[in-house]
Write a protein that binds this ligand. Sequence first.
Ligand code: MN
Length: 313
Amino acid sequence: MSNLSASADFELTGSLPSSPILLNPRKVEIGTRTGIAIERTLPHREFRTIGAWCFVDHFGPTDQIKAMSVAAHPHTGLQTVTWLFQGLVEHRDSVGSVQQISPGELNLMTAGKGISHSELSTNQSDYLHGVQLWIVLPDEFRNIDGNFAHYENLPVVENSDYQLHLFIGSFGAVAAPVKVYSNLIGAEINIKSANKFELALDPKFEHGFLVISDFTVIDGSKVSSGSMIYFPAGKKSIEIQGSPESKIILLGGEPFEEPFIMWWNFIGRTHDEIVEMRTDWESRNKRFGSFEDQIGGSISAPPMPNLRLVPRR
Ligand code: MN
């Protein structure tokens, strides 16, 4: 996924929220084709991270299954997580990966000091529906070499109330064998009945519940499909009620304390660093490597804004 709204988070404040916040999504456009609806809930005007989760895009469901065609573009300082509910997407990148992803599998790309990739949905299913999420890398890891990993057979926890498919972190006695650089959880929860149930949480984590389909009542608040509700750290469990059609993405983590700059597809710590990243991409410097794909071409960075970017927490 490529972030085309490069100026979106300039007005964010640095204060930490202390009570639940309902985050309604905003519609954004990506890529070189129309037809795919993208709803973004992070970064948000109120704040921009949940743990180290710093970007949340929900796309589809759409029957325009070839709607995603995002040409080569760069990333720095973050990991991208692709998780599908329906459809098939081919990922290619500058470290040589060619990987198709199906629902229930995880694509995790670690940008580190620099990587480039493209994403192309294919016509081998009836619908396309999924999320793309970014994780900001802590300072001590943000300049590591780029790499890519694909995971299948991730842990599933199931009882009479829900099925939880864990793709990052741990839940109860199970852990996803997925390399991240801060304490996080990421999971898809499919509710199985209309019963209320309690879900255990790590009280050190702040959490966001993104409702993917149907509505869900979370800790007494009704959350509609497409919206996310945020809870600050400190909760040991939460009450959830939905329907057998309810699907949620749970994201959580220890509050990320480091100030950083997120501009376009880059995460850095200083204005000058971002300028250098942009210059390196625009000159197609070897920092971001190269690769071949069926899409062809690449996405240019927008111009720098007429102000100095300031790192924010
Ligand atoms: Mn991307």
